[in-house]
Design a protein around this ligand. Structure first.
Ligand code: XMP
Length: 511
């Protein structure tokens, strides 16, 4: 495996993505001054990520010295700079900043630049204020750009390489090949990592963790992550898995029935289906504040889940569909975003007093890798390809107070919208699409009569991770078609609007 040491760059995850896509297993760890966790991984190569700091300040992070002389190292941006500084070179602040596209000229042969689809110069993506001003002994310059005379450097004898540009972003043409060259030609990794291999490994890891008699509880939400986790566990330990599906009454149309049919009937997994919609609705009555809604739903969910889980005797483990971005976020040196925009309460969290050990078989996977694993496990495509859905469900797609009537209207509008998107063959191009019910009524005319009904907002975005998003550019014909369908087919709505806000400045959900 290749170990990536994270100095807090916004794009560190992309380094792992590119390499995994190329069949090379990678893991990310935050930068620390203790070398033990890194060395314990026995990596075949180490990549030092970029980061927001400047190595010209002495209190910024460095690599522990024990990293050197172990395996080849590739430093990217801040990673290159700290490599140079630590090995005896010099880094200077500021005079030749480069942000954005730059032309790289390769001036001498280097394994990093093998098998590229161009000869000696190509576009790369730069984002740096500081630059390397003096190389450590034993290094040579292998490529330069206008603003970075040391844009790529190498000490091929020791296996140390550094690039000022970012090979992990798509704007660097052939960037994946550069990373792959490091892993295969320089570190000797094989590009044989596949989802089939991951599945077998995950199943044997679950068997080992749970033992021969251990019992596991898994919270099902109807989403991709918990579904894939449940099927994987079922393949590993069979009936010693019990799924608990707490239906909070805030799901999309037909979703609760689908979960029960798929897991209970088709897969025959022991399933507790708790319809707690009345309880949730009564607790949410009169509540309009989005954070308040999230908190009520989160707390009630834990109570109900706990009560149901206690009925399962002898369970010592709780399975969760935690994904790699959550794992990285919670340990990142960057510490994530300090400002709470929304307290994303993930339904399925561990109630603190429950003395259960966590089983998290997806904690090393990105979202699209979970989808691949789902396919590998034979889950139906409609489930595997399903858009993400927030834990608090339709409650945060309904600004203002929640009622059963409004939920029905929203469910019906959402179902018509998604049906139109599927029929137009657009579902898989979109990251998330959903309807929102606004807390305002407007006047319309239907037949010859005056109508006074709710406004429905439509949202559709493209994204790779939900952190940023662009609006999906439907044709005006499609939008007009879907607006007509919603008004004709859903009673309670007489006006439809489309949300043209990207993220940022908007967020994907309306609350
Ligand atoms: P926002 O609205 O913050 O959403 O741009 C980003 C992604 O997170 C989902 N989301 C949530 N998921 N609990 C969740 O489990 C929440 O409270 C929550 N709020 C937003 C949202 O659907 C999108 O995929």
């Amino acid at each position: 495996m290749i170990l990536i040491i994270d100095f807090g760059s916004q794009v560190t995850q992309l380094i792992a993505r590119r390499l995994r896509d190329a069949g090379i297993y990678t893991e990310i760890m935050p930068s620390t001054s203790d070398s033990a966790p890194y060395l314990a991984k026995k990596p075949k190569g180490v990549i030092l990520s970029g980061g927001p700091n400047s190595v010209t300040h002495s209190d910024t992070p460095r690599v522990p010295d024990a990293i050197w002389n172990n395996a080849p190292v590739l430093g990217i941006c801040y990673g290159q700079q700290t490599m140079c500084e630590q090995l005896g070179g010099k880094v200077e602040a500021g005079t030749s900043r480069e942000f954005g596209r730059a032309r790289l000229e390769v001036i001498t042969e280097c394994l990093l630049f093998e098998n590229l689809p161009y000869e000696t110069d190509f576009d790369v993506w730069m984002s740096h204020g500081d630059h390397v001003a003096e190389l450590p002994d034993g290094f040579e310059v292998v490529a330069c750009s206008k603003g970075a005379p040391f844009a790529a450097i190498a000490n091929s004898e020791l296996g140390y390489y550094g690039v000022q540009f970012h090979p992990e972003v798509v704007q660097t043409v052939g960037g994946t090949q550069i990373l792959k060259n490091f892993a295969t030609l320089i570190c000797g990794c094989e590009n044989s990592w596949s989802m089939a291999a991951y599945k077998s490994q995950a199943i044997s890891d679950i068997k080992e963790q749970v033992g021969l008699n251990g019992r596991v509880i898994c919270g099902l939400s109807g989403g991709v992550d918990s579904s894939v986790a449940a099927i994987l566990l079922h393949q590993a330990i069979g009936d010693r898995l019990t799924c608990v599906f707490v239906d909070h009454g805030l799901l999309r149309k037909g979703e609760a029935e689908e979960v029960v049919a798929l897991f209970g009937s088709r897969y025959n997994i022991p399933l507790i289906h708790k319809d707690a919609s009345k309880l949730f609705l009564s607790k949410l009555e009169g509540v309009s504040d989005p954070e308040q809604k999230r908190k009520i739903i989160g707390a009630s969910f834990i109570d109900v889940f706990d009560e149901e889980a206690q009925k399962i005797s002898g369970a010592a483990f709780l399975a969760q569909g935690t994904l790699y971005p959550d794992v990285i976020e919670s340990i990142s040196v960057a510490g994530g975003n300090n400002v709470t925009i929304k307290s994303h309460h993930n339904v399925g969290g561990l109630p603190e007093h429950m003395k259960l050990t966590l089983v998290e078989p997806l904690r090393m996977l990105f979202k699209d890798e979970v989808r691949q694993l789902g396919r590998e496990l034979g889950l139906p495509e409609v489930l595997v390809g399903r858009h993400p859905f927030p834990g608090p469900g339709l409650a945060i797609r309904m600004p203002g107070s929640i009622s059963e009537d409004k939920l029905d209207i929203l469910r019906n509008a959402d179902a018509v919208y998604l049906d139109a998107i599927r029929k137009a063959g657009l579902y898989d191009e979109i990251w998330q699409a959903f309807a929102v019910l606004l807390p305002v009524k407007t006047v319309g005319v239907m037949g010859d009569a005056r109508s006074y009904e709710y406004v429905c907002g439509l949202r559709a975005v493209t994204s790779t991770d939900g952190m940023t998003a662009d609006i999906y550019p439907f044709s005006s014909e499609f939008l007009a078609h879907v607006a007509t369908r919603i008004i004709n087919e859903v009673s309670g709505i007489n006006r439809v609007v489309y949300d043209y806000t990207s993220k940022p400045p908007g967020t994907i959900e309306w609350e």
